[in-house]
Design a protein. Structure first.
Length: 214
């Protein structure tokens, strides 16, 4: 096969097009969603649903439950647009896997908002790389560093971490700025000396945030 392709001057499959999957998702201003499984110290498993904007990496909390049914996932989609409709005005597609929790009603809510449904291939998590990467970040920076006892504690920590991720944590693809960046002068170096920093803690002291004092 290699010899035949070479004789006909046909490049390998990944090189036949200049548009990558990542570039396609960004061109669609896509949003990805997935579940994070969290096991507690008392051997109870919970499922955290989240949505992430592929364009600017902003994460939206979708809810935590021990029984992720289709009805709960559908209600989470409704709540998403009720709370954050203004942030999805330019979104054209949603990326999800083929889990049974994403039922037809879930898809219909998104289609009614003008979004296309892009389902990833079976057992191919790399197709939902933005969501998978955030799951790894959540585990390394929060879940692997604390003991989860119950759903109430998990919900409090998850919401606090998502707020930290959106408003403070720097991203290389965003010029070391957080997804929900509001002050374009935060990263400049022309501050008067000496600088005075203020430290605040998040997630029960697991994460420190540093800001210039007013």
């Amino acid at each position: 096969m290699w010899r035949i392709l070479k004789q006909h001057r046909i490049d390998p499959a990944p090189q036949r097009t200049s548009l990558t999957w990542t570039q396609f998702l960004r061109s669609q201003a896509a949003v990805a969603c997935d579940f994070v499984t969290v096991d507690t110290a008392l051997l109870r498993r919970y499922y955290l649903l989240f949505f992430i904007d592929v364009t600017n990496r902003e994460v939206f909390y979708g809810g935590i439950t021990a029984n992720p049914t289709g009805a709960r996932t559908t209600q989470a989609a409704r709540n998403l647009f009720v709370r954050h409709r203004d942030r999805f005005t330019h979104t054209r597609a949603l990326v999800r896997d083929r889990a049974s929790q994403f039922v037809n009603d879930f898809d219909e809510i998104l289609r009614s908002e003008g979004l296309k449904i892009l389902r990833t291939p079976v057992r191919f998590p790399v197709a939902n790389a933005f969501a998978e990467r955030w799951i790894g970040t959540l585990r390394r920076e929060l879940l692997d560093r604390t003991i989860i006892w119950n759903q109430r504690q998990l919900q409090r920590l998850a919401i606090d971490y998502i707020d930290h991720y959106n408003t403070h944590r720097p991203h290389r693809s965003l010029d070391q700025r957080p997804p929900r960046h509001t002050n374009p002068d935060d990263n400049t170096t022309d501050h008067p000396l000496p600088l005075r920093l203020v430290r605040t803690t998040r997630c029960d002291g697991l994460i420190n945030e540093y800001k210039h004092a007013a």
